[in-house]
Design a protein. Structure first.
Length: 359
């Protein structure tokens, strides 16, 4: 059982093999289309249920991860297969605690997950394997085991991980969660995460955030005695916003003057993200921070090259954690084993890319 809220961070590290029941089903574009029909029906029923109990509606957004382009793949790659199905749902944020916004977000997620799970399991919704869904889900996270018709006849089962965000972050979350087409979502996601961690920031579903102990920036991993602050949730300007944040933290009289690489950076196309574009942005930020004199002062690394090496090292660590993930040991069918081999080959390819591009 998941013991924490199933949010975006978990999406990066999850797969679709919580049960062997789903392993015999090849997840093709038409299968995702069937899943979307089921999710649309659940959204309609859930909206009615929430209205009856006086709660605002949730937004069932779309498949994310490798299934982002399932509609295009129906036409262009109808035989393409995906490893799993992750479906993004945005909940409102209710004022349920006397604490901070984050506590309200977590409490709201538990309320909505509980209501959704109760609706699905007690109303015996069609196309849902109730027993398996109940086994894998609780208020902290929902994994739906969905029954789908197959082109070959008969039926199959697909695991649908419900990934939650909150409505105020929807635009950023969709940007941040859009992977490189035909590449696993964690490949680009782990580079965002590694980049953020080296800067002691979080670059996840809730925007770019920092933590402070009083007026002093603290490691983002620190939990006690810190306040969390939003730096930006603007997909178009986030890299410049990060550079300006560190420039402001240093209190320097030097005017903000970005390095040419950052000033000329065109950003990341939310509809067609490229690994190379994010690497170029990271390099532009590193050069800007060096130009502004931030290394060795507000940032512990001594130079842009040392900083970039740290990003590559953290990326390698994260990717190899994926490579050695215990979930791959559950791969029993030929289809599942083939998928594992493909993922591991992709991991090696992108570790090499990061090393070459972030120099």
């Amino acid at each position: 059982m998941i013991q924490h809220i199933k949010l975006f961070e978990d999406f990066l590290n999850e797969g679709g093999w919580a049960t062997t029941k789903t392993q015999g089903t090849a997840i093709t574009p038409d299968v995702i289309g069937e899943v979307v029909k089921v999710m649309d029906y659940i959204e309609s029923e859930f909206t009615s249920h929430l209205s009856e109990i006086g709660l605002p509606p949730a937004d069932f957004l779309r498949p994310i991860g490798s299934g982002t382009w399932w509609k295009e793949d129906v036409e262009g790659q109808p035989d393409k297969t995906y490893g799993d199905v992750d479906f993004l749902v945005a909940y409102p944020t209710l004022k349920l605690t006397a604490g901070k916004d984050r506590e309200d977000e977590i409490a709201t997620t538990k309320v909505y997950n509980s209501e959704l799970l109760m609706l699905i399991t007690t109303d015996r919704m069609p196309n849902i394997d109730i027993a398996e869904t109940k086994k894998l889900s609780n208020e902290n996270g929902i994994k739906l085991i969905v029954e789908v018709p197959l082109k070959t006849g008969g039926k199959g089962y697909v695991q649908v991980d419900v990934v939650t965000t909150h409505q105020e972050y929807t635009n950023w979350t969709l940007f941040r969660m859009t992977p490189i087409r035909n590449v696993k979502g964690f490949v680009l996601g782990n580079l965002y995460s590694s980049f953020g961690e080296v800067l002691d920031l979080s670059i996840q579903a809730r925007g770019v955030r920092a933590k402070f102990d009083g007026q002093i920036m603290a490691p983002y991993s620190k939990r006690a005695g810190v306040d969390e602050r939003m730096i930006t949730a603007d997909a178009g300007s986030f890299m410049t916003d990060i550079a300006k944040f560190f420039w402001q933290q240093s209190g320097t009289d030097k005017p903000y003057d970005p390095a040419p690489r950052l000033a000329n950076w065109k950003g990341i196309n939310a509809n067609d993200p490229r690994f190379e574009d994010l690497c170029e942005g990271i390099k532009g930020l590193a050069e800007t921070l060096e130009k502004l004199g931030e290394f060795g002062t507000t940032i512990k690394y001594k130079s842009a090259s040392e900083f970039l090496s740290a990003v590559v090292s953290q990326y390698d660590k994260k990717m190899m954690s994926q490579f050695n993930a215990s979930k791959f040991n559950k791969a029993a069918s030929p289809e599942a084993k083939k998928a594992v081999d493909k993922i591991r080959s992709m991991i090696k390819e992108y570790i090499s890319k990061a090393s070459n591009l972030l120099k």
